[in-house]
Ligand binder design. Structure first.
Ligand code: YH5
Length: 264
């Protein structure tokens, strides 16, 4: 899954056409590099980010989703928590809903059910504006698993097909470095319950591990994506598609070696 941010900070000046055009070109390059899904998001959920209103988010994401689904044979997921955005995105061709609030916002569960689309349910402690102030858990891995299993069951009860649900531990969303590392190390436990999507790409934990003066988080992000897949993740949400695809090609070649030949 390639990340396509359409927040104002991600595309500088230029008018509406320029913004949509730049987004389409970025989507095209991620698809050429081997992405299967393009995740389009118009709400910044970085630590400290302020909320955005419905109309602003619709104006940002709809033209981009429509343009990508018109031009390419690709699945577009919409990174949103808003019921209206889910409905309208589905109407212009979105193929998946990615919700960092796990369909807990008003009307969002009902809206997601009405689209019939697959959903990603993510765990977050708190709200983006304040979530990194003092994240606390007694047992982070079990608490995240319990939350996601409960949300999955609630979504199934509301009409989402079980086979259409993926879950995500929400790296960096109300978690310290230690919480993130614990969740990564024990990701296979979550994978026992549902297919897992994981998003670590370029997050702050790499600055904490590497020292914050490290200019690029790319190598660290690619390594982490590989660890997630090795621990059972089905989908990795990344900025750097090409190097991630290359790392996963090595992983798959090794994994499949004895099923593809008879030199055992
Ligand atoms: C995710 O993990 N994350 S938006 C801060 C960064 C870098 C990147 C400080 N949407 C996830 O990507 N959806 C986001 O550097 C997501 N899982 C799912 N399912 C935050 C983000 C980022 C934040």
């Amino acid at each position: 899954m390639g990340i396509l941010n359409v927040t104002p900070d991600s595309f500088s000046d230029g008018g509406r056409f320029e913004r949509v055009d730049a987004a389409v070109r970025q989507a095209e390059s991620m698809l050429e590099a081997g992405a299967h899904i393009i995740d389009v998001g118009g709400e910044s959920t970085r630590p400290g980010a302020e909320a955005v209103d419905d109309q602003a988010e619709l104006d940002r994401v709809l033209p981009v989703i429509e343009a990508i689904t018109e031009r390419f044979d690709a699945v577009v997921s919409v990174d949103t928590s808003k019921a209206t955005v889910m409905r309208e995105a589905a109407a212009v061709g979105a193929g998946m809903i990615n919700d960092v609030r796990a369909l807990q916002s008003p009307g969002s569960l009902h809206a997601a059910v009405s689209t019939g689309l697959p959903v990603c349910l993510m765990h977050m402690q708190g709200e983006p504006r304040t979530m990194q102030q003092a994240p606390q858990y007694e047992h982070v891995v079990s608490e995240v698993i319990d939350f996601l299993v409960q949300r999955r069951d609630e979504c199934v009860a509301a009409g989402v097909e079980n086979s259409q649900i993926v879950v995500d531990p929400g790296f960096g969303f109300g978690k310290t470095l230690m919480h993130n590392l614990m969740l990564l190390k024990h990701l296979n436990r979550l994978c026992e319950h549902a297919p897992v999507l994981s998003g670590l790409s370029r997050k702050r934990m790499f600055a904490q591990i590497l020292g914050s003066d490290s200019a690029s988080r790319e190598t660290a992000s690619v390594s982490a994506a590989l660890l997630c897949v090795q621990n059972g993740a089905s989908i990795v949400r990344v900025h750097d598609v090409r190097p991630t695809v290359e790392a996963l090609a090595v992983y798959n070649a090794v994994k499949n070696v004895d099923t593809n030949n008879s030199y055992g």
